[in-house]
Design a protein around this ligand. Sequence first.
Ligand SMILES: CC(C)(COP(=O)(O)OP(=O)(O)OC[C@H]1O[C@@H](n2cnc3c(N)ncnc32)[C@H](O)[C@@H]1OP(=O)(O)O)[C@@H](O)C(=O)NCCC(=O)NCCS
Length: 213
Amino acid sequence: MSLITLNEKDHEKSNNSRMKLRPSVPNSVKAGFFLSLNSGKIVEIDNLSIRPYKVSDQDSLVQCANDREVWRNLRDRFPHPYTKKDAREWIDLVSEFSPVTNFAITFDDQCVGGIGLALNQDVHRKSGEIGYWLGKKFWGLGIMSRMLRPATDYFFSAHDIVRIYAFVFDWNPASAKVLEKAGYECEGKLKKSVFKDGEFCDQLIFARISQER
Ligand SMILES: CC(C)(COP(=O)(O)OP(=O)(O)OC[C@H]1O[C@@H](n2cnc3c(N)ncnc32)[C@H](O)[C@@H]1OP(=O)(O)O)[C@@H](O)C(=O)NCCC(=O)NCCS
């Protein structure tokens, strides 16, 4: 795989939301957005990155994952409460995957969330399901609006797939919004397909199709 540098137009697409964390970054620095194998980072924008998990992420991972409001928007296999043991087991598990498909989202190299791609099998083998989350104190800052498009571009470039999709509980409009901003389209609603936290909810399915293949 080669180093991928996106042009300014692509960068603007990933950057079209407000970024409150560091609002006055000069264009020359913004243009440094890249996917780099050397650093292990697959996306880097200003002080945000997406990189493989490290054992040293254990404490920051627990701090942001151990939250009922995060858990409520994810599948039940995401533990709650989220303990140090859960964090260690997750980091050990995903570190064994080759290629790496689950990554930490970091701010100043501290883990603030996660993003991953589940590759499918059999007749679905040209598709992957994307999932992502942030610790609650990092919500609403425009982080996922900036990271989801380049992360999706990376997953398309790294895997032999033409379709990336995500399921969103219908009580989660923020997630639907970030998917739309990253170029995903809503393909439909799966009524009462989820039973979460003692309630049924409808699920929206969003997908982005690769224009390259
Ligand atoms: C979903 C999630 C990843 C969004 O990330 P984020 O960095 O907070 O999102 P952003 O700040 O980039 O953007 C959120 C967008 O949703 C919008 N939004 C937030 N709450 C909303 C609501 N109740 N109704 C409509 N839009 C809403 C915001 O206005 C913003 O859009 P804008 O930039 O056009 O104003 C984050 O909230 C999260 O981790 N939630 C818990 C886990 C989760 O839901 N994971 C996804 C499972 S499918």
